[in-house]
Design a protein around this ligand. Structure first.
Ligand code: KIV
Length: 275
């Protein structure tokens, strides 16, 4: 007989992570893993690996589309990729980034944009950057039945205002943001590039889980961009990344071997042909 999982709305034979289940994970002291994915094949693999959360991140703008920052990716493009991920994932909670500036132009526009994400991609939650400044929007989305993950600390969508990807050190402002997002109803929060002691204080002072990236070990969970985790990133790799594979070398080697086999008439072999 299948048992009911305490952190999801499904039985053990059909488990699916939910947004409310994140609070249970924090209460149980269970660390949360979150990884980005942007297409069907990788989303299937990442989900099979058993992470609790998959993020269709606007980092797609950089690692998939080749832009220099996260600003250019559009709502339609986010939804197009979220649909691929939504079709693949069976177990993890799938969160989709609201792209710049889909939630900055008024609360009703934010509800319309995030409503489109949930309706068209079949993913379960959205993420947006901000704390105090986005509290009204978070609250309105939550009232509309849309689970929101907040993103505090370094907000890459504000890169031009911040003047660079810098560690955010204003402890009082960071605590205010974390509390405002929590009170507004966010179910979890990414903390990006904040000193680890500040991340610890925030994590201990709010009820919802913190998921860190460049925020040290005291957060309730950790997130990495898939391309960084797999060693696929060609350009700059931030100091907070640990690469768990070297797929860049693997891919280069495989494609070069294919090229050489074709040049030398070694591929295709007799076993690859039809009579
Ligand atoms: O877009 C993204 O991948 C993100 C993570 C870095 C948290 O927001």
């Amino acid at each position: 007989m299948s048992s009911r999982d305490p952190v999801s709305d499904r039985t053990s034979s059909q488990r699916r992570m939910t947004a409310p289940g994140f609070a249970d994970l924090k209460a149980a002291g269970r660390k949360i893993s979150m990884v980005t994915a942007y297409d069907y094949s990788f989303a299937q693999l990442v989900d099979s690996a058993g992470v609790e959360c998959i993020l269709v991140g606007d980092s797609m703008s950089m690692v998939v589309q080749g832009h220099e920052n996260t600003l250019p990716v559009t709502l339609d493009e986010m939804i197009y990729h979220a649909e691929m991920v939504g079709r693949a994932v069976q177990s993890a909670l799938v969160v989709v980034d609201m792209p710049f500036p889909s939630y900055h132009v008024g609360v009703s526009k934010a509800i319309e944009s995030s409503g489109r994400i949930l309706k068209e991609s079949r993913c379960q939650a959205v993420k947006l950057e901000g704390g105090v400044d986005q509290a009204d929007t978070i609250s309105a989305l939550v009232s509309a039945g849309i689970p929101v993950m907040a993103h505090c600390g370094l907000g890459p969508q504000s890169i031009h205002q911040l003047g660079g990807y810098r560690v955010q050190r204003d402890e009082a402002a960071l605590l205010d943001d974390a509390r405002a997002a929590t009170e507004a109803g966010a179910f979890a929060m990414v903390l990006e590039c904040v000193p680890q002691e500040v991340a610890r204080k925030i994590t201990e002072s709010i009820a919802i889980p913190t998921i860190g990236i460049g925020a040290g070990p005291h957060c309730d969970g950790q997130v990495l961009v898939l391309h960084d985790l797999l060693g696929l990133t060609v350009d700059y790799v931030p100091r907070f990344v640990r690469a768990y594979a070297d797929l860049k070398t693997e891919v280069l080697g495989a494609v070069r071997r294919f090229r050489d086999d074709v040049r030398e008439g070694e591929f295709p072999g007799p076993e690859h042909g039809y009579e």
